[in-house]
Design a protein around this ligand. Structure first.
Ligand SMILES: Nc1ncnc2c1ncn2[C@@H]1O[C@H](COP(=O)(O)OP(=O)(O)OP(=O)(O)O)[C@@H](O)[C@H]1O
Length: 232
């Protein structure tokens, strides 16, 4: 599997929030997308997922140009997002939320049973109403809901936000289990050091544009790209 993003731009009304972004990711890789508030990270994920229309450029999955496809058709091809704020159905149980995740119709390693092995937090609460759970339990459920769709590309938008550090460490520990089955992960994370600890490649955004991208970058370089300052 290869995901190629080529010259992608997107925005909201008059505002172009993302300009001319290009990268490619292979199966099992983690790409960290880094940038300050408002840099365009969520906009990039939403455009890849098909929730926002591309103004220029393309999203190509395994040689197929999916740019014109709606989000539902991209999900059936394995492009799945864990959105910021989780967006679970609060009045449904955890199990019902997971069942909705299987609606991609994609078969693979991940089932309700295997995601429960990965996240004991979820396993113990299958019959709880999602809205009654803690932030960490909800986030685990949101990740599990994407996983049961057996993604080729899983996009995680700030999964650490507002969670206890111990829970965040647990999520990051699980990423290896996910990528080793071939899923590529696009990771938006405010904690740059944490993102770098797992990333194979990094893409820094500054005001909607690429300020730095590549592999094996050093932290000082990335910090400069993040803040838009000169790197010496
Ligand atoms: N629904 C929207 N309508 C109008 N403008 C929006 C909308 N969502 C985001 N924007 C604007 O687009 C730009 C990029 O926002 P985006 O949410 O992609 O940034 P981000 O890097 O994900 O930041 P954050 O860390 O704050 O989520 C910002 O200027 C933001 O104000």
């Amino acid at each position: 599997m290869t995901l190629v993003v080529n010259d992608l731009s997107a925005g909201y009304g008059q505002l172009t929030a993302l300009r001319n972004i290009s990268f490619s990711v292979e199966a099992g890789e983690i790409l960290a997308i880094i940038g300050a508030n408002g840099a365009g990270k969520s906009t990039l994920l939403k455009t890849i997922a098909g929730q926002l229309k591309a103004l220029t450029g393309s999203v190509v999955l395994d040689g197929e140009d999916v740019t014109a496809l709606p989000a539902s058709a991209r999900a059936r091809r394995g492009v799945l997002m864990v959105p910021e704020g989780r967006r679970l159905f609060p009045s449904l149980t955890v199990k019902e939320n997971l069942q909705l995740g299987t609606s991609t119709g994609r078969k693979g390693a991940w089932t309700i049973e295997t995601v429960c092995d990965l996240f004991p937090l979820v396993a113990e609460r299958l019959n709880r109403t999602a809205g009654q759970m803690s932030g960490g339990e909800q986030q685990a459920t949101a990740i599990a809901r994407a996983l049961v769709g057996n993604p080729e590309v899983m996009m995680l938008d700030e999964i650490s936000l507002g969670l206890a550090p111990a829970i965040v460490v647990e999520f990051y520990d699980r990423l290896g289990e996910i990528t080793k089955r071939g899923t590529a992960v696009l990771l938006v994370e405010q904690d740059v050091k944490r993102a770098l600890s797992v990333a194979d490649q990094v893409h820094c955004l500054l005001e909607g544009q690429t300020s730095l991208a590549g592999r094996n970058l050093d932290f000082a370089e990335i910090a400069a790209a993040y803040f838009g300052t000169e790197h010496r």
